[in-house]
Design a protein around this ligand. Structure first.
Ligand SMILES: Nc1ncnc2c1ncn2[C@@H]1O[C@H](COP(=O)(O)OP(=O)(O)OP(=O)(O)O)[C@@H](O)[C@H]1O
Length: 311
């Protein structure tokens, strides 16, 4: 990885005697889309509030673009956008008024604010509902507006805390596409979710957080490589010599089940499958059934924490 844009070092946070964060470390490069994955209560929101200068860590430090993040450091805030888990928008204001309100908070003035307002309404797909009160919007539209107000000041880094909570599939896709677009335009994104599949599809690098600590941080393929895949076969008549030929294929573990099926664990399912099919065809053994299972992030999470993500 190149130089760190955001550096998080040994962050602790306690609420009274309860330790919500117990020493969090990771680095994010400029322009990355970085995933923070963890079950409910893992500490994601607590961490983001520290990284957004909304609260101070009890111990440790976070540096963004060379500046220390803290409640008292106001000058760094214009670099940061946060799409909060709780909606930040005002129901009694229209979509346009919400964007203007947050734009003014960040010091934007017309004509720049006017131009920004139009651009954001268009990009979040709410131009035709610009003059309607946000309180009348669907959950998905509110989430899109919440994202719009988070980026009104063109931040360098965007924290998204569960941005698809209560969102219909159409708005969810809109949010995904918009976040990808912002990232392509150069915005660094930290995306938190307890939905594995969202993080898996959006983020090339991911930290898994549990009980207030990063328990693993790697690229998606790196995380998936922690576990082996499984190939299950049911064969026609085969001999012990056929079995030995399969066992001789390197880097796989073969177990013959009582039910007559073969279970093969391997780090590289695709490569092993080619070798297995070649051996079977050379030895004229009939392949009756074949199932493959590649490891998923969910499997990795289960392996690391001994529990499912939505426990
Ligand atoms: N203000 C607070 N006072 C006391 N405990 C808190 C406070 N805020 C959070 N906690 C506790 O800290 C832990 C981490 O909470 P946090 O909201 O950061 O988790 P999370 O990973 O964002 O969870 P979720 O996905 O449910 O939002 C939880 O056990 C929570 O109950």
């Amino acid at each position: 990885m190149s130089t760190s844009f955001l550096s998080v070092r040994d962050i602790h946070k306690s609420y009274g005697s309860f330790a919500a964060l117990k020493g969090v470390d990771f680095d994010v490069s400029e322009g990355e889309m970085f995933g923070l994955l963890g079950p409910n209560g893992a500490g994601k929101t607590t961490l983001l509030s520290i990284l957004a200068c909304l609260s101070d860590a009890s111990k440790g430090e976070a540096i963004l673009a060379g500046q220390k993040l803290s409640l008292s450091n106001r000058s760094v805030r214009h670099l940061i956008g946060i799409g909060t888990q709780e909606l930040a928008i005002y129901g009694e204001l229209t979509a346009r008024e919400n964007i203007r309100f947050f734009g003014k908070l960040y010091g934007l003035r017309d004509p720049q604010l006017k131009a920004r307002e139009e651009e954001i309404l268009r990009r979040i797909g709410l131009l035709d509902r610009a003059e309607d009160r946000a309180g009348t919007f669907s959950g998905g539209m509110k989430r899109r507006l919440n994202l719009g107000v988070a980026i009104v000041h063109s931040p360098k880094i965007l924290y998204l805390d569960e941005p698809t909570t209560g969102v219909d599939p159409q708005s969810r896709n809109h949010i995904f596409e918009f976040v990808k677009e912002l990232n392509r335009d150069g915005m660094t994104v930290i995306y938190t979710s307890h939905y594995m599949e969202e993080v898996q599809s959006l983020c090339p690098r991911i930290a898994i957080v549990d009980h207030g600590k990063v328990i693993s941080c790697d690229t998606l393929p790196g995380l998936l490589r922690m576990l082996e895949g499984r190939i299950t076969l049911r064969l026609g008549n085969y001999s012990s010599a056929d079995l030995e030929a399969l066992q001789a294929i390197p880097n796989l573990k073969l177990v013959e089940n009582a039910a007559g099926s073969l279970q093969i664990d391997t780090a590289d399912v695709a490569k092993s499958l080619i070798q297995i099919v070649r051996v079977l065809s050379q030895r004229n053994v009939e392949l009756l059934e074949l199932h493959t299972k590649e490891p998923t992030l969910e499997d990795v999470f289960l392996h690391l924490t001994d529990r499912t993500l939505r426990d």
